[in-house]
Design a binder for this molecule. Structure first.
Ligand code: G1P
Length: 314
């Protein structure tokens, strides 16, 4: 039996420049999809996967994230006095959901550095990492991070959540070059490169915002020189980890919304509203009033095939 994955780290210290001016005073993680802040969806995914303790990496602009998961005595008192039990239960549920702590990243030195800030929180245990720009919904199955933890539980190794991406999206992601199928049915992956240009990429297999990491990653992060964008990159540290330990990939199932991108954010607003009993009718009316007709369930895009650009490998 391997140590259980009990803890998760959620980096939320970015400036959210893609969503300015909204993010001038409001953390991008607090922007809502319908009426729920994006970070709450991510935390709910972790809690459903059995995570017991969560560390959010923040900065001095992000106090509202801490407040969102803390008690709000005045609001609770007001709701009690007005006998608004529905809202009282809703906000108490958020506070009671899980034990959340926060650690500040004092200087913005990149995703790898943000994860390193959680070293004393994590200790010597495997842990999950969930990036808040991706919301994954898997209505008929397990959540994304649970699918990664299942592979960790079988192997005791680090696992990265992956998908094949379109050629034009390769330069947005950490890309995996070497993929080796194992007898246990999973793929071992190595040779990770952070955001390569399409012409330099060795494949279109991308790391998409979900990780389970062994504590060995901290030793790599502590000695990791700055990489792409002069930042300490998690991808580079995982690449070095993969030279010492097996790292597996998990092509997780579910609908992924890149809510760090305007189009993904807008798509999530529409689809989440259509999927909720209390907002479906309103969104259908809005869409119909605009002249769009219902064509039934949205058609899924054709799956993207894995491409190995062998000639580009070193
Ligand atoms: C980060 C990681 C990248 C990963 C991506 C997933 O990049 O550095 O390796 O593929 O998240 O969404 P970011 O999107 O924060 O620039």
């Amino acid at each position: 039996m391997f140590k259980k994955v009990r803890k998760a780290v959620i980096p939320a210290a970015g400036f959210g420049t893609r969503f300015l001016p909204a993010t001038k005073a409001i953390p991008k993680e607090m922007l809502p999809i319908v009426d729920i802040p994006t970070i709450q969806y991510v935390i709910e995914e972790a809690v459903e996967a059995g995570i017991e303790e969560i560390c959010i990496i923040t900065n001095s602009y992000k106090q509202s994230i801490e407040n969102h998961f803390d008690r709000s005595f005045e609001l609770e008192e007001k709701l009690k006095t007005s006998n608004d039990l529905e809202h009282l239960e809703m906000i108490e549920k958020i506070t009671d959901m899980v034990n959340v702590v926060s650690v500040r990243q004092k200087t913005p030195k990149g995703l790898g550095h943000a994860i390193l800030c959680a070293k004393s929180f994590v200790g010597n245990e495997p842990f999950a990492v969930l990036l808040g720009d991706d919301i994954v919904v898997n209505p008929n199955g397990k959540g994304a991070i649970r699918q990664l933890i299942d592979i960790y539980d079988q192997t005791g190794c680090s696992v990265v959540g992956t998908r094949n991406v379109k050629d034009e999206d390769i330069s947005k992601y950490g890309i995996v070059a070497d993929i080796k199928p194992q007898d246990n049915g999973y793929n071992c992956v190595s040779e990770f490169v952070e955001k390569p240009a399409l012409e330099d990429a060795a494949s279109n297999l991308a790391i998409l915002g979900r990780y389970v990491l062994t504590p060995g990653i901290f030793e790599k992060l502590e000695t990791q020189p700055a990489g792409r964008g002069n930042e300490i990159q998690l991808t580079d540290a995982i690449d070095r980890l993969s030279h010492d330990e097996d790292v597996y990939s998990c092509p997780f199932e579910g609908n992924r919304y890149d809510v760090g991108d305007r189009k993904g954010f807008l798509q999530a607003q529409v689809e989440f509203a259509l999927n909720r009993d209390d907002t479906r009718q309103a969104m259908e009316e809005i869409i119909e009033a605009l002249g769009y007709t219902k064509t039934g369930a949205p058609q899924n895009e054709a799956p993207i095939e894995l491409k190995i650009f062998k000639s580009k490998q070193k």
